[in-house]
Design a protein around this ligand. Structure first.
Ligand SMILES: C[S@@+](CC[C@H](N)C(=O)[O-])C[C@H]1O[C@@H](n2cnc3c(N)ncnc32)[C@H](O)[C@@H]1O
Ligand code: SF4
Length: 468
């Protein structure tokens, strides 16, 4: 059996070759999407040993991973024929025939693609920060929000400003962005407003501004608290700066901070990982995400890995994963998803909604949206994106119709990774399989759900694959 992708990387369900879907792109009904997807899926085999093919499920469409560069492979048309209005109408009508009731959009993702430096392992859609472009870009974002608000009933419970590096924007730009969101949206039911921040990119003034405008959750990209490894990762901060940024955010009033960490780094020892985990615990964040480094296509690390300059070691990664589970649980964190640990009461509502398959809108270049049985993606190019939206045109690059089978598979793959487990009715037809996994000690039954045991967590990919 293959070990779990403690990973964070998730590929499109399209890439899994589950192509009972149609993609609509300029020039008419988009047959050909399946062929592209097949090709994509095939190309990926080398890079997927920790990520079961089934996990190609759209697990990251909603949260920050939604904007992985890889997604570009599914959007090859030059322009979209679908306007946001058409998307809304089609999605609403698909809801009438689909399994979910029509409803209000409760979750919003906003993608800010700028970074002060490009990290060699990162496949998210991002570009080098160009201060001459950012103001116009922010206007574009607010324009798209306006388009969406005119076509959807949006009363968000969660907003996630992800990137890229949203905090790379200036104080003035962040202020106009946050003010614009406040003015254009009904935020009366908003409970969680997250922003991703890089150490070093948040000054005390910036933090105070975010706090004042109602952002109440910070996701800080620490990655490691080992200076040598941070250098290997090409980060523009050291461990001390990361800890200082954390304290600065606390001093600004943030009582809900997530720290992103990565393990399985080139040359990393178990001792180094243990020190990072222990130092992170000492900071007392409410939430910790621990991702296994994935060698993503289209990155420098991927090339270096293919050339044999960087090596991964599955046994060591499994050891790191075990170490994270042990130390974090010992320190009082609950592992509520394979890569996510929380103090009681601080699980991310945004991520949970997405793992539960709820609808969401993605604003910004390359962002995905899912509503009913329809999923669409914006152009993954911030210049084209800005030109389009400011000219009153749609930012949508491609759309796909989801099938009940795809939804079913996504639900199994996503729920299995969570501490709630798979609702038994989703795998009712496969009782022999569930019995076998229970007998092997990989699944346990609780409240009508099948939940991964500790041993099962390390084999989650293979277990989910077996159900699909
Ligand atoms: C949107 S990304 C980056 C956010 C922020 N710009 C930063 O770098 O801290 C969110 C998180 O994904 C994780 N990540 C990015 N690339 C990864 C990769 N190739 N493998 C595993 N985790 C990755 C990192 O932990 C990162 O903090
Ligand atoms: S700062 Fe974050 S989003 Fe930007 S390149 Fe590095 S990992 Fe990717």
């Amino acid at each position: 059996m293959r070990r779990t992708s403690c990973a964070f990387t998730r590929k499109s369900v399209i890439a899994s070759g589950l192509c009972a879907t149609k993609t609509t792109e300029e020039g008419g009904a988009g047959e050909g999407a399946c062929a592209k997807a097949e090709a994509m899926a095939q190309k990926k085999t080398a890079a997927t040993f920790r990520i079961g093919k089934f996990l190609a499920v759209a697990t990251d469409f909603m949260s920050n991973g939604a904007n992985n560069n890889r997604a570009k492979a599914i959007v090859t048309a030059e322009a979209a024929t679908c306007s946001i209005k058409e998307a809304a109408v089609a999605a609403a009508s698909s809801r009438l025939t689909g399994s979910t009731p029509a409803g209000t959009i409760r979750h919003l993702y906003v993608h800010i693609p700028f970074c002060a430096r490009i990290c060699p392992y990162c496949a998210f859609y991002k570009d080098l920060l160009d201060r001459s472009q950012t103001e116009r870009f922010c206007e574009g974002i607010l324009q798209e929000v306006q388009q969406c608000a005119a076509n959807f009933d949006i009363v968000p419970r969660t907003i996630f400003l992800g990137g890229g590096t949203p905090t790379a924007l200036t104080i003035a730009q962040l202020e106009s962005l946050l003010r614009g969101l406040q003015q254009q949206l009904d935020l009366s039911e908003l409970t969680e407003w997250t922003i991703e921040a890089n150490p070093g990119s948040v000054s005390a003034r910036k933090a105070a501004l975010l706090f004042k405008f109602g952002v109440n959750r910070i996701s800080l990209g620490v990655q490691s608290l080992d200076d040598a490894l941070l250098k290997t990762l090409g980060r523009d901060h050291n461990a001390h700066q990361a800890e200082e940024s954390f304290r600065l955010l606390r001093d600004a009033g943030f009582s809900n901070i997530n720290v992103d960490l990565m393990f399985g780094l080139p040359g990393q020892t178990a001792g180094q990982w243990e020190v990072t985990l222990k130092k992170t615990i000492q900071l007392q964040p409410q939430h910790i995400s621990a991702y296994c480094l994935t060698y993503e296509e289209d990155t420098e690390f991927f090339l270096r890995h293919s050339r044999g300059e960087l090596r991964s070691n599955a046994d060591l990664e499994a050891e790191f994963f075990e170490l994270a589970m042990s130390l974090l649980e010992e320190a009082g964190y609950e592992q509520y998803e394979i890569s996510n640990y929380t103090r009681r009461g601080y699980a991310s509502t945004h991520n949970r909604a997405y793992w539960a398959g709820e609808d969401y809108l993605g604003i910004g270049p390359s962002a995905f949206s899912t509503f009913g049985m329809r999923r669409w993606q914006n152009v993954p190019d911030y210049r084209e994106y800005t030109d389009r939206v400011l000219a009153g045109r749609s930012a949508i690059k491609s759309t796909e119709e989801l099938t009940p089978e795809m939804k079913h598979i996504e639900k199994i793959a996503l729920s299995l990774r969570t501490s709630d487990g798979i609702p038994a009715n989703l795998v009712a037809a496969q009782s022999a399989r569930t019995d076998e996994f229970v007998r092997l000690g990989l699944l346990r039954r609780s409240n009508g759900n099948f939940i991964l045991t500790r041993a099962g967590k390390s084999l989650a990919d293979s277990i989910a694959e077996a159900f699909i």
